[in-house]
Structure formats: structure tokens, C-alpha cells
Design a binder for this molecule. Structure first.
Ligand code: V47
Ligand code: SF4
Length: 376
């Protein structure tokens, strides 16, 4: 029976047909890794040929002070904790000038939800970045943060997003999605934005013309059923809006968290999640292998298991490093090129909106959307 089911799934994949939730469940629980990888790699090659993407980016976590206490989080701090920090405007400017000097095209901004900061403080973070260097794309504030701003201001999501856009916001990152299942959420991040709020915020962003990303945190207390439910809820929203650009499966890192009794996901599971997402999310253009949390070896192999994107140079990442990630604090473009070329793919630098970045010495300009490069 199961060999027959796998055969039927394979036929669907080769015919470009959508997989049902039951297919996903079977793939997650029972398919062998190499079959999963072969099918996902087929889908990747159909979409992107032999191109694999990366960007030149830098992170800014303006504060680690957070009112919430997600059980998987090693980054947050209490207001009075010794490790608590909050950036000043000058510190933000220094980070932006570092981004400029390093040739970054994107700044990725997320942080804690500070007990004492009003919405204006978060708008100001965006404004200071934008005024310091207007060319830098600002990918900022997760659905959880936008939900917090709505709580602070009592304003609808559209209003919040428009204020941020006016200050210089370019797109939303995919964090805060965790696992949508309400019972799992109650166990790992009880008080923060619920799944419907997260989905509503991304819908509102897409309707305003903002692009966004989506994530799934796996390898903690969730089951295969919860993962498939998560992927299907994202696929449904994407059918409606088409506003998601990339999906990033995030491996749970237990060190220094309240879930440190759970072992870190294995390489086998990491590759399965990459392949499963490529196969289920037929309406997402990109699957990202976030090397910071996967480690360079698994991220590299993931490029043959359905992923087409390695994220970027990622300077100043804190969320994973606080949770015990042993990966470097950043990779050079040469290192990213090597990781990609060794898999048989051709590296292409992209901007946040997945257009080619063309460099001439220290100058860069935006070229074609990447879809035009495939098979060019
Ligand atoms: O929402 C927090 C996760 C997310 C841990 O959009 C943890 O391009 C594992 O969303 N172990 C933030 N995961 C990071 C994120 C992201 C990363 C890279 C690219 C993009 C993008 C988005 O990190 C949080 C949460 O799901 N997280 N703590 C932990 N201990
Ligand atoms: Fe706060 Fe985000 Fe950490 Fe949750 S994951 S405790 S919202 S910083």
C-alpha cells in the first residue's frame, strides 16, 4: 500500500499536480530521505534550473528586552536583566554605515517587544535607518511585532503597516509563525500573536503591496500533522494573495532555552523539512536553507534537496547564536559562492525582492527579476 502511495505521489510531483495534506503526512512520516530529496530537487530544478541565490545582508536586533517569554527563545531579556540592551539612534546609524561599507543591500530588523517603548520608537528605528542610507532595503518587524504595535496603538494592521511604509519599511520577514496549531502554540509561546493574527497581518501586508516571507519552527513539541497543517495554512493564504516570496524552515536550537531537554533536530530531519516544504508549497517561488541555523554543510546539501536560496552574508545574527548556534557570525560572498558551486549550481546575488544584483566594484544596481534569468 505504502509503495503504491509513494508511486502516486511521485506521479503527481512529476505532473506538477498539487499534493494533498495526506500526501504530505505520508512524505513527512514515511518516505525515505533520498526519494524525498530526489522529488524536491526535481521541483527546484524545474523552477530555477541550476541557479541558486544569496544576498548581501546585515542584521539589527535593536532590543532584546521582551514582554513575552516564548519557551524556545534564548535571545529575550527581562527589562532589568544584566544582558538587556537597547540601541540608541547613533548605534543604529553605526550599524547602517557598516552595512553600506560592506556592500549590503538589505538590513533584517527584528527584536523583542520592549515593555516601555511606544509604537513611535519602532517607527523611529525604521526612519533612522532609511534616512542614514535610503538605498538599503529594510526588511523589518515580524507579524508578532506588528500585532504588538496594533495592541499598543489600538489601530488596525493596515494603519500600522502604512505608517511603517511611510518611514521606509520595504518588506516583512517571516518570523513569529512558529507552528500555527493552537495547542502547540499554547505550549511554546502562549501569549504572543495567535496564528490567525499572524496570517491576517501577512494578508494585510500583501494587500498593501508589501512582500513578505514565512517560516516554520520545527523539532520541538510538534508532530508531523502540525507541520502539514502549518504548510497548508500558508499555501491557502498564498493562493489568495501571492505575496509570499520565500519559505524558511527553522530548526529549533535548544541551548539556553526553557526547552533545553529537547535534543536539537538531526541533519536527517533538517533535510526532510527542506524537501517537504518544497513539495507542499507549490505556490512559493523560493525555499531558503538558512545556513546560520542549519550549519554550512547541511545548508549546502539542502541545495540538492529542494532549497534554492542560502539567505546571505548575515552579519550580526543574535537569535540563533544566543541559542547555541556554532555557525560563524557571517559568511563572505566567496564562501557562499564556494558552497553553491560545489553543488553544481551557479550563484546569483539577489536583492530582498528577488531581483538580480549587478555589481561594478563598490557600486551595485538592481537588474532583472530572477525568474527572467532561469533558462536565459
Ligand atoms: O520567529 C527563535 C525563531 C525566528 C529560536 O524572513 C528560534 O528572511 C530556533 O524568522 N531556535 C526569527 N529558532 C528568525 C526568522 C528569520 C530568519 C532568517 C530569515 C528570515 C527571513 C527570517 O527565529 C523566530 C523564531 O521562530 N527562533 N528562537 C531557537 N532557539
Ligand atoms: Fe520575545 Fe520574540 Fe523571543 Fe518570543 S521569540 S520571547 S516574542 S524575542
Amino acid at each position: 500500500m505504502s509503495a503504491k502511495l509513494l508511486e502516486q505521489i511521485e506521479q503527481k510531483v512529476l505532473a506538477g499536480e498539487r499534493l494533498a495534506p495526506e500526501d504530505g503526512l505520508y512524505l513527512d512520516e514515511s518516505a525515505d530521505l533520498l526519494t524525498l530529496g530526489r522529488l524536491a530537487n526535481h521541483v527546484r530544478r524545474e523552477r530555477h534550473g541550476n541557479l541558486a541565490f544569496y544576498n548581501t545582508n546585515i542584521h539589527l536586533n535593536p532590543t532584546n528586552v521582551c514582554v513575552y517569554r516564548c519557551r524556545f527563545c534564548a535571545f529575550r531579556a527581562d527589562l532589568k536583566a544584566e544582558k538587556a540592551y537597547t540601541f540608541t539612534d547613533d548605534m543604529i546609524r553605526v550599524r547602517v554605515l557598516e552595512a553600506k561599507a560592506s556592500g549590503a543591500t538589505e538590513i533584517h530588523v527584528v527584536g523583542g517587544l520592549h515593555h516601555q517603548k511606544k509604537f513611535d520608537w519602532y517607527v523611529n528605528v525604521i526612519r533612522v535607518i532609511h534616512e542614514t542610507w535610503p538605498e538599503l532595503h529594510i526588511k523589518a518587524w515580524t507579524g508578532v511585532e506588528i500585532n504588538w504595535f496594533a495592541h499598543l496603538t489600538k489601530q488596525p494592521y493596515e494603519w500600522i503597516l502604512k505608517e511603517l511604509q511611510a518611514a521606509g519599511l520595504g518588506s516583512l520577514p517571516g518570523g513569529g509563525a512558529e507552528i500555527f496549531d493552537e495547542q502547540v502554540r499554547a505550549q511554546i509561546c502562549e501569549h504572543k500573536a495567535d496564528s490567525q493574527a499572524w496570517l491576517d497581518i501577512h494578508r494585510a501586508a500583501h494587500e498593501l503591496g508589501l512582500r513578505s516571507n514565512a517560516t516554520m519552527l520545527y523539532g520541538h513539541v510538534e508532530s508531523a500533522q502540525h507541520r502539514i497543517d502549518h504548510l497548508c495554512r500558508l499555501r491557502e493564504l498564498q493562493d489568495d494573495t501571492g505575496g509570499f516570496q520565500t519559505f524558511i524552515p527553522l530548526a529549533f536550537h535548544p541551548e539556553n532555552t526553557n526547552l533545553d531537554h529537547i535534543p536539537k533536530p538531526t541533519g536527517q530531519m533538517d533535510l526532510r523539512m527542506i524537501a517537504l516544504s518544497r513539495l507542499m508549497l507549490d505556490n512559493f517561488d523560493h525555499i531558503k536553507a538558512y545556513w546560520v541555523m542549519l550549519g554550512e554543510p547541511i545548508a549546502q546539501v539542502a541545495l540538492n534537496f529542494g532549497a534554492d536560496d542560502l539567505d546571505g552574508t548575515v552579519v550580526h545574527e543574535l537569535i540563533y547564536h544566543d541559542a547555541g548556534a556554532k555557525t560563524p557570525e557571517g559568511l563572505t560572498v566567496q564562501q557562499l559562492h564556494r558552497l553553491i558551486r560545489e553543488t553544481g549550481c551557479e550563484p546569483v546575488e539577489r536583492d530582498t525582492l528577488y531581483r538580480q544584483v549587478i555589481r561594478d566594484g563598490a557600486q551595485w544596481q538592481i537588474g532583472e527579476p530572477l525568474s527572467k534569468l532561469v533558462n536565459a
